[in-house]
Design a protein around this ligand. Structure first.
Ligand code: FES
Length: 104
């Protein structure tokens, strides 16, 4: 079965009101928006391309901010725009895992 998207990414942007660890406290929304803009600028959107979506809590809170890339279900912890760029250039464009950012 062919995937509609080559890569489908889900960014947790959940904010916990309780004050517990959450991805929103690590700039998840802004970095998700940054990746979405970069993917658009690079012309990688649409069918057969890359889709960036927001997700609620994925229960990896203390290890986040978390994102997951399908179809491989590769989990990453990213912290800044340089990490986002490396995921784009290495994983999304070359199909290689960014080992240093893996969230096991
Ligand atoms: S708040 Fe992001 S995984 Fe739970």
């Amino acid at each position: 079965m062919n995937s509609f998207y080559k890569y489908h990414l889900f960014f947790c942007t959940n904010q916990r009101d309780s004050g517990g660890a959450c991805c929103a406290n690590h700039n998840a929304q802004a970095l998700r928006d940054h990746m979405k803009a970069r993917i658009k600028t690079l012309g990688l959107t649409g069918k057969g391309g890359i889709r960036i979506n927001t997700a609620g809590c994925m229960d990896r809170c203390a290890l986040g901010p978390a994102l997951v890339v399908y179809p491989e279900a590769t989990w990453y912890r990213y912290q800044n725009e340089q990490d986002i760029e490396e995921i784009i250039k290495t994983h999304l464009q070359k199909g290689q895992i960014v080992s240093r950012l893996l969230l096991e």
